[in-house]
Design a protein around this ligand. Structure first.
Ligand code: PAF
Length: 284
């Protein structure tokens, strides 16, 4: 696997492949790779003969009081995992390569509406940072396909919208969330949790599953949201939001909506966790 940290070398590596008609897939990440990321690489192999992974802890998507400095950086281990997964190239730009004038001076790609609620409301500017860096990575790599995890469901919709609005000729693939045996969604931030917190954090997926069953049984979104919020608090989490939404627009679900996603975020101690469950409401 070639490890490349500058845009020029990246282009010099990829241009000849593209001209020979090889298909390229990109897996953008912030590193500290776990099984969930490796599933994205495995998916990328299905769509292209050359797989590029990027690792860049993007300062533009972190708020001033968030965990940018503490975010786990495990490059040697990540390289070993990507090599074992058959990744062909790893792009690891530094901040100066991506934001030569600093990210505050940088052009911003902003996706309205979809970026505004849920994680966007709790993390102002977060999705502008995500859309901007992903747009840059798309322009640098010019992949045929890009693969993302669906744990970040709202992020996936934002990137889909940005790709369509900016007419980028890239097929997006979303890969279902990988989970621990306990049901906890795999996340680079799980490493912040103690064993006891990890156990308590499973309340997030348990409540998502219970909420989905209750919706199928005829409960209203307001009922399941209130119950889940209370149960998350009883389990020792601090809910940020727990919301039943239309799966494509993320508008609060109406009684007529059949394609739903339940989006959830909660704090376990000092760690903010997100998860979601997509469901097709069946009518009796
Ligand atoms: O999901 C992530 O790891 C990041 O938000 C992404 C898409 C790599 C952009 O920095």
């Amino acid at each position: 696997m070639r490890v490349i940290d500058d845009s020029r070398s990246l282009r010099e590596t990829l241009n000849p492949l593209r001209h020979r008609g090889q298909r390229i897939a990109l897996v953008p990440t912030m590193g500290n790779l776990h099984e969930g990321h490796l599933a994205l690489v495995a998916e990328a192999h299905k769509h292209a003969s050359f797989v590029v992974c990027s690792i860049f802890v993007n300062p533009m998507q972190f708020g001033p009081s968030e965990d940018l400095d503490a975010y786990p950086r495990t490059l040697e281990q990540d390289i070993a995992r990507l090599e074992a997964a058959g990744c062909h190239a790893l792009f690891t730009p530094g901040v100066a390569e991506m934001y030569p004038l600093g990210h505050q001076q940088h052009t911003v790609v902003s996706v309205p509406a979809l970026s505004e609620g849920y994680c966007g409301a709790s993390r102002p500017g977060h999705f502008d940072g995500v859309a901007t860096v992903v747009c840059k990575l798309f322009n640098l790599v010019q992949p045929d396909t890009a693969v993302f995890g669906l744990k970040d469901y709202q992020q996936f919709l934002v990137i889909q919208r940005m790709t369509a609005d900016l007419c980028l000729p890239i097929a997006l693939v979303g890969v279902p969330t990988r989970r621990e045996a306990s049901g906890l969604a795999m996340s680079s931030r799980n490493g912040y949790l103690t064993a006891e917190e990890k156990e308590r954090a499973t309340a997030l997926i348990h409540n998502l599953r219970t909420a989905a069953d209750s919706l199928q049984a005829g409960a209203t979104p307001a009922e399941v949201e209130a119950r889940a919020t209370q149960q998350l608090e009883e389990a020792g989490l601090r809910p940020d939001y727990f919301k039943v939404c239309h799966a494509q627009t993320l508008a609060p679900a109406t009684a007529q909506d059949e394609n739903l996603v339940i989006l959830a975020a909660a704090w376990m101690g000092r760690t903010r966790l997100i998860d979601n469950l997509v469901l097709q409401r069946t009518r009796s």
